[in-house]
Design a protein around this ligand. Structure first.
Ligand SMILES: [Zn+2]
Length: 240
């Protein structure tokens, strides 16, 4: 099981770690990492693993192993993989990660404005999208959403977290907005992401990485609203 440093500090850009395993396909297991493993619509991180004597192993992406607890750093060039037992430095492609944090947090705001069930979503470094089942699509339009998002961003609401037990979550099913992504239960406790004082803007279980305050997102624009089904609408947001 990998120690997930981004859980306690999403702003950690690098860390030292020990190489526990390297498999034939070039995936590298470290004892701890700042790399986010692809989950919940947020892609895995890119970056490098710096090995002693100046050699560097580029990491193309990061995923979870089948045990859902071990992070696999996928080497872009497996011949550059570090030896097992080596102490290395794991360094994020911070520009890419920070954009993902900004867009991911922005999608929470979209969720707060569109009060319908979420059926899917994807976070990208330039664009993000959420799919909703919307009873009456005439109640939702791009311009109003763009204005609403930028107002929540400009208000610079704090983004914090709170942990609750699995039982508390089960007792409050209204907290779960995303039907497509199961909340991360099973470990006994669940992380709630809290936007605004006491979650006045948004409050929901999430295991992703977020900015500390909504102002860090910067201006955005709702670029598209696509019809995906009778009720289903895909809403796309991009950085302005
Ligand atoms: Zn989130």
């Amino acid at each position: 099981m990998t120690e997930l440093l981004y859980r306690s500090d999403a702003y950690a850009r690098d860390c030292t770690a020990r190489v526990l395993a390297v498999n034939d396909a070039g995936s590298i297991v470290l004892d701890r990492t700042v790399f986010y493993g692809s989950a919940g619509g947020q892609p895995g991180d890119r970056g490098t693993i710096e090995i002693a004597a100046g050699s560097v192993c580029p990491i193309a992406t990061t995923v979870y192993d089948s045990d859902k607890a071990t992070i696999l750093h996928i080497a872009a060039d497996k011949s550059a993989s570090p030896p097992v037992g080596q102490t290395v430095r794991a360094v994020l492609d911070w520009d890419a990660r920070f954009k993902l944090m900004r867009m991911h947090t922005c999608l929470h705001l979209l969720c707060a404005l569109v009060k319908f069930p979420v059926t899917g979503g994807q976070v990208g470094a330039e664009e993000g999208r959420l799919d909703f089942d919307i009873e009456d699509a005439s109640t939702v339009d791009r311009e109003t959403l763009t204005v609403g998002l930028n107002a929540l961003i400009a208000a610079n609401h704090p983004v914090t977290e709170r942990w609750i037990s699995d039982a508390e979550l089960e007792a409050n099913p209204g907290l779960v907005r995303t039907m497509a992504v199961k909340p991360p239960i099973g470990s006994g406790k669940v992380r709630l992401v809290v936007i605004g004082e006491n979650g006045v803007v948004d409050l929901q279980p999430c295991g992703g990485t977020h900015v500390r305050a909504t102002g860090e997102i910067g201006p955005v624009v709702v670029t598209k609203m696509e019809k995906k089904g009778k009720l289903n609408r895909r809403i796309r947001v991009a950085f302005a």
